[in-house]
Ligand binder design. Structure first.
Ligand SMILES: Cc1cc2nc3c(=O)[nH]c(=O)nc-3n(C[C@H](O)[C@H](O)[C@H](O)COP(=O)(O)OP(=O)(O)OC[C@H]3O[C@@H](n4cnc5c(N)ncnc54)[C@H](O)[C@@H]3O)c2cc1C
Length: 373
């Protein structure tokens, strides 16, 4: 009989939910290995490194631009991260721009805006720091292709995309809905890591959640855009542009050029996906997206010169369409020591993903303390 004290847990996904879960497990003395298909941690809080034609390095937060916090437990964690220098408040002015009137709206209204936080020096810094904590083994550029429950051994077996054995673990945490369902994986004919036909209850909780897509466009200008009086803009009455953020105005970013990230509307992103037929967008399609979002920004009538760097990125699964475990904050199968966490459990943002990662970790610590008592 396995000793529950010596439990080894695999965490699949090192976005913020997986990173928080792994770090919390390790702090509680549980052996944890986190796997991510990405070259580094962060998931939708990643930072993208680009090199301009003249060789300049450009770093963009091309996923979540910032996050806010309302839950006191998450606030406590964020304050710890602030003290250790991986999070800072972003205190710039935000507002809206209306394409119908071609005017900024409510610029003076936000007397006490919700505090916005960013990872420093990049949005991925939090996941970087948590996945490097003592007790956490991290394996990046390592997709988990298959996760199987071995009833005879009372453990999970993980296999990589080239059939490599990634080890056996007494517990598993899946931190991405795409581990179970992916319109992109299915379109390419490849199976998802978990076989949901073996877990009908789980399948029913996850099946109605679909993906909401978004395109982001990264731009760098030689000079500050002085015609824009704010650093975060939410656009009204545009079918193409939803928001824009001045990355270089965040704390601890390089100010050698003025860097912005534009976010498309959901409708625009869906139209592009229809045109691509669920295939990855081609370079030509990404260039078209970059030009269209830039042209829309220029349609504001503000003085927007040609950037010296311009590139689009597609987020096929930017946001889940709804949440599935707002009360429990994660899904849990105690018999198999299997947790599922991520923003799709609690709320569609960084704070929801943090809460879900904490909840998944607490399922394991509760299990261990109940076995020890
Ligand atoms: C464009 C955009 C704008 C956003 N704006 C905001 C905002 O303003 N404020 C806010 O709070 N939130 C925002 N969000 C949402 C926020 O980024 C997410 O809610 C949060 O980062 C989700 O974290 P997560 O850990 O649940 O998932 P993810 O960050 O998606 O992490 C899942 C990880 O699992 C990995 N993975 C998946 N399958 C496998 C596998 N088989 N093997 C190995 N690894 C695997 C993935 O590579 C990924 O790294 C935005 C997101 C996007 C894309």
């Amino acid at each position: 009989m396995m000793s529950i004290k010596a439990i080894k847990v695999a965490v699949i996904g090192c976005g913020i939910s997986g990173a928080v879960c792994a770090s919390t497990l390790a702090k509680n003395g549980i052996s944890v290995t986190v796997f991510d298909s990405g070259r580094g941690p962060g998931g939708r809080m990643s930072q993208r490194r680009e090199i301009a034609e003249d060789g300049r390095e450009l770093l963009f937060d091309h996923g979540a631009p910032y996050f806010t916090v309302s839950n006191h437990e998450v606030l406590g964690l964020v304050q710890e991260w602030e003290s250790s220098g991986i999070v800072a408040p972003w205190n710039e002015k935000f507002g809206s721009f209306d394409f119908s009137s071609k005017k900024f709206l409510n610029l003076e209204e936000e007397e006490a805006p919700t505090q916005k936080y960013v990872g420093v020096p990049g949005m991925n810094s939090i996941c970087h720091a948590l996945s490097a904590e003592p007790g956490v083994t991290s394996r990046f550029a390592q997709s988990v292709a298959r996760v199987e429950w071995l009833a005879s051994e009372d453990s999970w077996s993980l296999t990589g995309i080239n059939g490599e054995d990634l080890g056996q673990f007494e517990g598993v945490v899946a931190c991405d809905r795409n581990c179970f369902f992916s319109r992109f994986a299915n379109a390419a004919g490849s199976p998802t890591p978990f076989d949901l036909s073996m877990e009908p209850e789980l399948a029913s909780q996850l099946k109605d959640i679909t993906d909401i897509s978004c395109y982001t466009v990264m731009l760098a200008f030689e000079q500050p855009l002085t015609s824009i009086p704010i650093k975060g803009i939410s656009f009204k009455n545009s079918e193409i542009l939803s928001s824009a953020y001045c990355d270089s105005s965040k704390p601890w970013r390089s100010d050698s050029s003025e860097m912005w990230v534009l976010h498309s509307t959901v409708k625009y992103a869906e139209d592009i996906i229809v045109q691509c037929g669920l295939r990855r967008p081609s370079i030509a399609m990404l260039s078209k997206v970059a030009e269209e979002l830039l042209q829309e920004l220029q349609r504001t009538g503000l003085h927007i010169p040609r950037p010296f760097f311009l590139k689009a990125h597609g987020w096929g699964s930017a946001f889940p369409s709804k949440t599935t475990a707002a009360q429990e904050k994660c899904l849990w199968n105690g018999n198999k020591r299997q947790a599922i966490c991520g923003d799709f459990c609690v709320s569609l943002n960084v704070e929801g993903a943090i809460l879900s990662g904490l909840a998944a970790a607490s399922k394991f610590t509760e299990l261990i303390s109940s076995n020890n008592s």
